[in-house]
Structure formats: C-alpha cells, structure tokens
Design a protein around this ligand. Sequence first.
Ligand code: FPP
Length: 231
Amino acid sequence: MKAFDKLPVHVGLIMDGNGRWAQKKHMPRSFGHNAGMNTMIKLAAHASGLGIKYLTVYTLSTENLSRPQDELDGLFALFRGYFKTNVKKLYKKGAAVKIIGDISPLPDDVQTLLKEGESGSPADAEFTLVFAINYGARSEIVRAVNLAVERGEKVTESDFAATLYTGGIPDPDLIIRTGGEVRLSNFLTYQAAYSELYFTDVLFPDFGTREFDKALKEYERRDRRFGKIKK
Ligand code: FPP
C-alpha cells in the first residue's frame, strides 16, 4: 500500500528554530545549526525514499548574511563538512544537488565545494536536493528582470520563470515552515503563487520524519483548485 495517495513533487522547507532549540539547551546557536543539519539529512533521505522529486531547503537567506561572524563561520564549517562527505552519499543513491542564490560573498573554498557539489551530480537524478544559500526571492526576481532587460525582449510567464534560479524545477507544491513564525520570509515568492503552506511550532531540529509525514498528510487533504471551480 502506498503511504500517501497524493504526494507533492516539490517541497520547500524553511528550517527555522535552530537557535532557539540550542538556547533552550543552554548551548550555542551553532549547536542548533548542527542538529538542524542532521535533521535535514534525514528528511532528504526520507523525501527521496517516498518519491518526492525536489526538496528545497532554505539554508541561508540574504538577510542571514548579516548575522555575527562566529555564527556564519559555524554555518560555513557545516557546509564544508557536508559538501566534502555527505554529498557523495547522495550521489550513490542517484540524487543530485543544486544551489540557488548568490554564493559569491561566501569564502572561496566554500564556493568551490558548492560548485563541485553541483557539477558532480548525476545528470539523470530521481531526486534533487536544492540548497537556497544567500538566497532572497526579491533579488532573484530583480536579477531575472535585469536579464530580460539586457536581452531587450518582453517576457512571458514561462520564460521569466526559466530565468529564475529555479529554472527547470517545477514550482513547490508544498512549503513547510518550522519554528512558529507564519510567513515566507523572502523564500520562493514568485514560485509560491499556488503552493500549499504548512506552518508548525516545532523547532527545526525536532522536525523529524514523523513531523514531515504529518505535513504530507495535511497536503493530501488540501483541495488544490488553482483558481478554478471544482467540477
Ligand atoms: C534558521 O534558524 C536557520 C538557519 C539560518 C540556518 C539553517 C541551516 C541548517 C539547518 C544547516 C544546514 C547545513 C547544511 C550543510 C546545508 P534560526 O537560527 O534563525 O533559529 P531561531 O529563529 O530559533 O533563532
């Protein structure tokens, strides 16, 4: 028997609450990000096992880049570790990695690892883990507008969508935000026009596969009409 009658093709995940999770344990925020990374690794394996095709994880927003340097250094250390080792485990399972966002302000070695992570990915992947890093939807949209202006051509919705960082990836069917806030915080604004939204108070490190399945069950119950009337 199938676990779910209706499954999203693409899930977006706003991984909020790592800092508060750590603070509750009287630990530094970096401890929370490390725990969050472990949760993310489990969720990616779970999502791909279920047959979800894309999981986009909001790893660092453009706004997050103004966080204290020691917190950023902790996150960059996690990226280094993950992209040196874990990414190869994904390839072995036939999964790919894609980066969206402007990684140019990141340390050079981290940029290199992220690019290698993408280029080493299998071409015919059944599952893609998309990392939004120094990503902001507004700057993504402005960048796409400027590309269109440079080409000097009017754009259609579909060729505009193709110029976004997510070009070629279907819009997210479901966006999950952990950590209690009820907003999208500059995440996939253009692509989220018809996404189903799921918010939970659970802090991200505690958002395991059971919690993920609860979100999928809720998605299963949603009636997606895309502005049309039900026949
Ligand atoms: C938001 O929680 C989370 C982040 C800014 C970082 C998310 C990063 C990870 C889960 C690690 C991913 C690792 C790799 C290798 C891709 P917050 O710190 O804003 O939490 P708070 O709202 O409780 O302060």
